[in-house]
Design a protein around this ligand. Sequence first.
Ligand SMILES: O=C(O)CCC(=O)C(=O)O
Ligand SMILES: [Fe+2]
Length: 280
Amino acid sequence: MIVPTVRWTDTDSTRRVITDALDDVGCCVVADAIDDETVQAIRRELVAFDDDGSIGASAFEGHATRRTGSPMPRSATFRSIAMHPAVMCAGTHVLGPTTGWRFSASEFIQIGPGETAQRLHRDQWKYDMVDFPNEIEMNGMWAISDFTASNGATQIIPGSHRDGNTEPSNPDAAVPAEMTAGSVLLYTGRLYHGGGANTSDGWRQGLSLQHAVSWLTQSSNQFLECPPAVVADWPDDLLRFIGYAKSGNGLGYWRDSEDPLSAVHPDREYVRGWATVRPD
Ligand SMILES: O=C(O)CCC(=O)C(=O)O
Ligand SMILES: [Fe+2]
């Protein structure tokens, strides 16, 4: 099976292709979603932290793979695309039936020459292998280099979002999500996928994205990575997206039923109270 691919345009018809693909096969490649200048700026801002990244922390994380975290505070250019309309469209569609969803983590994943294929998995397994009745994550991967079959393009099994929670029904059906730099692969938390083997002599650079429903713990701790003193001049919608928000019915408030944004902007007035959803 091939990976559904649509060239990004900011139109309802493109959004429809994305949401239909996510429903039908659990994934979609959105090609050319950001321009080359943006790709190069993200790469430049993140390779600057290569020495901080970890290589080979485990077989799953990859013995020839460098993972550098925290792109939100480290890359202003990533911040400018974190709420890209293609990502927001996919997240709202897949996770919209819940009380809310938000950014969970991102990692700059550079797969080096000689890396072997990562075990196919569902990202939602991080939540105790619970077979949730609904999708709980909508994740993705920005191609910061070209993604090819030989350099470690993410392997995905289109349609496997309908499989059982402990193994894919057809592991041989995995295909590489080949895409040019500036494209983004979007997939649901139930889709089986894994980093590909890199048999080339170059590095595959991808910026992984995780988003989850707001009642789940975020993968990386956003309040440690992006504390109030660091985020004071970031836009409110981005701060809401990374977790400075009340959610569900009584989650995420601060101190005396306060809005978490008041920790960033103590001079502003925010509505108090933690009950954000009141079932009748
Ligand atoms: O690097 C990739 O292509 C995928 C990585 C991945 O799926 C993961 O680490 O959960
Ligand atoms: Fe994964």
